[in-house]
Ligand binder design. Structure first.
Ligand SMILES: *[C@@H]1O[C@H](CO)[C@@H](O)[C@H](O)[C@H]1NC(C)=O
Ligand SMILES: *[C@@H]1O[C@H](CO)[C@@H](O)[C@H](O)[C@H]1NC(C)=O
Ligand SMILES: *[C@@H]1O[C@H](CO)[C@@H](O)[C@H](O)[C@H]1NC(C)=O
Ligand SMILES: *[C@@H]1O[C@H](CO)[C@@H](O)[C@H](O)[C@H]1NC(C)=O
Ligand SMILES: *[C@@H]1O[C@H](CO)[C@@H](O)[C@H](O)[C@H]1NC(C)=O
Ligand SMILES: *[C@@H]1O[C@H](CO)[C@@H](O)[C@H](O)[C@H]1NC(C)=O
Ligand SMILES: *[C@@H]1O[C@H](CO)[C@@H](O)[C@H](O)[C@H]1NC(C)=O
Ligand SMILES: *[C@@H]1O[C@H](CO)[C@@H](O)[C@H](O)[C@H]1NC(C)=O
Ligand SMILES: *[C@@H]1O[C@H](CO)[C@@H](O)[C@H](O)[C@H]1NC(C)=O
Ligand SMILES: *[C@@H]1O[C@H](CO)[C@@H](O)[C@H](O)[C@H]1NC(C)=O
Ligand SMILES: *[C@@H]1O[C@H](CO)[C@@H](O)[C@H](O)[C@H]1NC(C)=O
Ligand SMILES: *[C@@H]1O[C@H](CO)[C@@H](O)[C@H](O)[C@H]1NC(C)=O
Length: 445
């Protein structure tokens, strides 16, 4: 029997939530508080918590069309059998002091988040709605610093199982846009992320998607424009499949960084990135690990560490088309100390069974690949299959500037069985080669 009953929660509780029961299933409709407060931008987070409390287990939560002002952190975890629909805009406030001191810790690197979201058998679908991080305030305030403590990840999918996120659009993320952690079987499809700064400061650390300590993951049909990794598989990411993603201006598809903590080994296995386009990216398809010796101040989040061990095994980048990319292919085992060429031969992270297949790219400089494996763990079974790289200038019939190295450079160090790798190595990879490439390699480098 069809049963419809209205419960007038809106009048009895703080939040503007209207609950309906359909066949004993609770459906919570969320309306912006501003509708009750004469257009005033009142914080909607309390109503949102109330809606998830009422309908987060065996119910539905619907954000109706309208602007929801989010002025405080949200913790909507422990959901079960819940379908969430986003029709409106979630507009996160720019009270930087508030967020720096209130964002939830996500454990990894002491990073933190504005919204912890998670549960089992949950769907989160955008139906015209979007997440507005109002990140410009952060880009301007952050002034190109790296990993500012307390700067919040837009949304963290935490302790989730069988979670489907469909159609999420994150415009101007505050920091990393999405993070998947302590989860199993999370699929994020039709994702759109765009971090674009309108002043002299860049969009540092606005990763599109990061995963850590999670297994069985999918990212499919995504468009990501930002100033850091497009997609990054961090420690203990296994069975990640990335398919059909277009990246603009960012750092491409990466494994890492890993090997940061001596007491927490990192395992990354079975990762495939396929059908990817990268336009004007800095990097395309690469692996970055910490050096084998701790460096930096231990109390800094993301920017200090090293000495961690572990294994990166069975990673494939397949069907990539890259245009004007600075460094399409790289392995670096000292990404945080390479500038001074320190400890690059010490990394304890082992890397094996890595394949780049059907990769076509035009390169901004004369460098196609730089593969530096640690002396401690030379890399076995590293393969190129049908990799075609050519500098932009070469495609135009123009010479490379300021160098006698006019052919594409492939730098290799410590590849086991290099002659069978299919990599046309023509130079040793120096231990101080950066992930940020700004000029041609010279014969004297
Ligand atoms: C989030 O809420 C859950 C209860 O649903 C609670 O157990 C958990 O401690 C909260 N997390 C944080 C970081 O406050
Ligand atoms: C987090 O910060 C605390 C205190 O600043 C520090 O002791 C700890 O090592 C840091 N943890 C990580 C994982 O960086
Ligand atoms: C999630 O769905 C699976 C498969 O239908 C079911 O076995 C499991 O009990 C569900 N989990 C919860 C928390 O209801
Ligand atoms: C993963 O979750 C989806 C629902 O999002 C479910 O249909 C599928 O069976 C789950 N797969 C595994 C391997 O648990
Ligand atoms: C990202 O946003 C900027 C500024 O609004 C816009 O110019 C650009 O086209 C957008 N990128 C994508 C991929 O949609
Ligand atoms: C900040 O970083 C961006 C992106 O790397 C760069 O374009 C910009 O010039 C830097 N701004 C300043 C003022 O250094
Ligand atoms: C790839 O993703 C884009 C962006 O979401 C989408 O428009 C396109 O239809 C997808 N292509 C395929 C083959 O699914
Ligand atoms: C990865 O998983 C292993 C074993 O499951 C665990 O010992 C280690 O601490 C985890 N690493 C991280 C970075 O969480
Ligand atoms: C990788 O995939 C293989 C084949 O499906 C599986 O046997 C293995 O357990 C997977 N490895 C990890 C770390 O999940
Ligand atoms: C390697 O990983 C892929 C998924 O990315 C998986 O299909 C394949 O079975 C794995 N191979 C081995 C040997 O584990
Ligand atoms: C690493 O390089 C340094 C010099 O840069 C050298 O002293 C040291 O012996 C090397 N270590 C190994 C393991 O090769
Ligand atoms: C490409 O050619 C142009 C014109 O000669 C030159 O200005 C530019 O520096 C060259 N680019 C590189 C990366 O060498």
């Amino acid at each position: 029997m069809f049963l419809l009953r209205f419960v007038a929660l809106a009048t009895t509780a703080a939040g503007y939530v209207v609950t309906t029961l359909v066949n004993d299933k609770a459906i919570c409709y969320l309306y912006p508080e501003s509708l009750r407060y004469d257009g005033e931008a009142v914080d909607d987070a309390p109503s949102i918590h109330q809606a998830f409390q009422t309908c987060g287990q065996n119910g539905d939560v619907i954000f109706t069309d309208g602007i929801f002002n989010i002025k405080s952190v949200m913790n909507t975890t422990n959901l079960a059998n819940c379908d969430v629909t986003l029709q409106g805009e979630l507009r996160f406030s720019t009270d930087i002091d508030y967020w720096l001191s209130h964002s939830y810790d996500v454990v990894f690197q002491n990073q933190s988040t504005a919204w912890l979201f998670g549960g089992e058998n949950v769907t989160f679908r955008a139906d015209g709605g979007w997440y507005n991080g109002q990140g410009q305030a952060w880009y301007t305030e952050n002034q190109n610093q790296s990993n500012q403590p307390g700067r919040p990840i837009s949304i963290t999918f935490f302790e989730s199982k069988n979670l489907l996120v469909d159609g999420l659009r994150i415009i101007q993320p505050q920091f990393w846009a999405t993070f998947v952690t302590y989860s199993y079987n999370v699929s994020i499809i039709n994702l759109y992320v765009n971090a674009t700064s309108n002043d002299q400061w860049g969009t540092v650390n606005t990763d599109g998607y990061d995963s850590w300590n999670s297994d069985t993951l999918l990212v499919e049909n995504a468009v990501i424009q930002n100033g850091d990794d497009c997609i990054a598989a961090k420690g203990n990411t296994t069975n990640l499949h990335v398919k059909n993603v277009t990246c603009y201006d960012n750092f491409g598809m990466t494994i890492g960084s890993v090997g940061q903590y001596p007491d927490m080994p990192d395992y990354v296995g079975n990762v495939t990135f396929e059908d990817v386009k990268c336009y004007n990216c800095m990097e395309g398809a690469f692996i970055k690990t910490w050096q084998g010796v701790p460096a930096g101040d231990d109390n800094l989040n993301g920017d200090a560490g090293g000495g961690g061990s572990g294994l990166i095994k069975n990673v494939t980048w397949r069907n990539f088309e890259m245009t004007n990319v600075a460094l399409p292919i790289q392995i670096s085992q000292c990404i945080y100390t390479e500038a001074d060429g320190k400890y690059c031969n010490t990394s304890k992270m082992a890397i094996e069974d890595i394949t780049w297949s059907n990769i076509k790219a035009t390169t901004r400089y004369n460098v196609g690949a730089s593969i530096y494996c640690s002396d401690v763990h030379p890399c076995p079974r590293i393969k190129f299959e049908n990799v075609e790289l050519e500098s932009v200038n070469s495609t135009l019939g123009l010479p490379m500037y300021g160098t006698t190295l006019q052919d594409e450079v492939y730098q290799c160090t410590n590849i086991v069985g290099q002659e069978d790798s299919g990599i046309p190595c023509n130079r040793a990879a120096p231990n101080d080669y950066s992930q940020v490439v700004t000029r041609n390699i010279k014969e004297t480098d």
